[in-house]
Ligand binder design. Structure first.
Ligand SMILES: [Zn+2]
Length: 351
């Protein structure tokens, strides 16, 4: 690590204060969690290590909840939300016996800044101009929208897939997931983004096709549980491809890889925080450098940082008590599949 050309403290304070907060958390939590250094991201001027942290059971088969943020550098609010959740979680670990007991059976993983130099440079892409969410080797099964769905034309255009295989940030993400949950029988991951639409959306796979993914019945079970437990929640839960399909989604890739070797249940969620509602309340924001992806006003930022606490709490509990959605009887699976088709795929013929 001593060899890295780290940005100066002054630069970090100005352009990447999240990193300073993260380093403090890492130092504070060293004794109760495990730090995973997964690689290095480099631009022409700077380098930063790619770091995640995990807590709880080290049994490879233990159920896992994992949170990710900052894949798209412009959407730094995602990193801030994950850091805020990580901080509350670690405070709870100091005194909350329920959580302490639960962690003997459960693993919780945080990777708050997948693309830290993208955040620092205020760019969606990584320093090589690659959109990490278009960077996996997955090819969409249905032709995606031109450019937005991922392309190989030029790193100067957004949504560029990259010509050199997996980027360091993608490799770090994949390595972490393989190490932390590829042997687990019940997994939920949430990747925090912002920028699409006016409502907070929880998307489930796939991005590559409008066809349902194999764990649709389990996804329905989890969703139904959320609706029943928190009927006033504000998320719209839906398949990602209902909005658009893309090439190269990293979560599609990880899901398919998991399914090759594991007969367990993996629900890979993407939280798209509806940032257009922030713009509607503050139209001048369109002209700021972060544009429509980030809430500028401090009170709005605070509100968003606490907005997802209920979801996180729910997910911790459902991952601990996973058998109610991860090991359904075949009768229940068929019933859920029927209902899920009615809810999310009314135009498709049931298979
Ligand atoms: Zn995004």
């Amino acid at each position: 690590m001593g060899e890295l050309q780290l940005p100066s403290i002054e630069l970090l304070e100005k352009k990447l204060p999240e990193w300073i907060l993260f380093e403090k958390l890492l130092a504070d939590l060293e004794s109760i969690g495990r730090v995973h250094v997964l690689g290095v991201t480099s631009s022409a001027h700077h380098q930063l290590p790619l770091i995640a942290m995990s807590f709880g059971s080290q049994d490879p088969k233990a159920p896992v909840l994992a949170l990710f943020g900052g894949v798209h550098g412009l959407e730094r609010i995602g990193s801030q939300v994950v850091l805020a959740l990580m901080r509350s979680f670690s405070e709870l670990l100091l005194w909350d016996q329920l959580l302490q007991d639960a962690l003997s059976k459960l693993r919780v993983v945080f990777f708050p800044m997948v693309n830290p130099l993208g955040i620092m440079n205020m760019r969606r892409a990584n320093p090589n101009g690659v959109d990490l969410m278009r960077n996996s080797p997955i090819t969409a099964l249905e032709k995606p929208t031109f450019l937005v769905g991922g392309h190989l034309i030029s790193p100067k255009l957004p949504w560029y897939r990259g010509h050199n295989g997996m980027e360091p940030e993608s490799q770090a993400l994949i390595q972490l997931c393989k190490e932390q949950f590829f042997e687990s029988s019940a997994v939920v991951t949430v990747d925090f983004h912002s920028g699409f639409g006016t409502q907070d959306r929880l998307w489930f796979p796939y991005a590559k096709t409008r066809e349902p993914f194999p764990h649709l019945p389990e996804m329905y079970a989890l969703s139904e549980k959320f609706e029943r437990t928190f009927p006033n929640h504000f998320y719209r839960i839906e398949p990602q491809a209902k909005n658009y399909t893309t090439h190269g989604d990293l979560w599609d890739y990880l899901y398919d890889e998991y399914m090759k070797t594991n007969s367990g249940t993996y629900l890979s969620l993407t939280l798209e925080m509806g940032s257009w509602m922030w713009v509607r309340k503050n139209p001048l924001q369109l002209f700021s450098s972060l544009g429509p992806y980030h809430p500028i006003k401090p009170h709005r930022q605070k509100r968003i940082l606490r907005r997802h606490i209920t979801l996180f709490d729910f997910l911790v509990r459902t991952v601990i008590s996973h058998s109610s959605w991860s090991s359904l009887s075949s009768e229940q699976r068929n019933k859920n599949k029927d209902r899920a088709y009615d809810l999310w795929y009314p135009h498709l013929e049931k298979k």
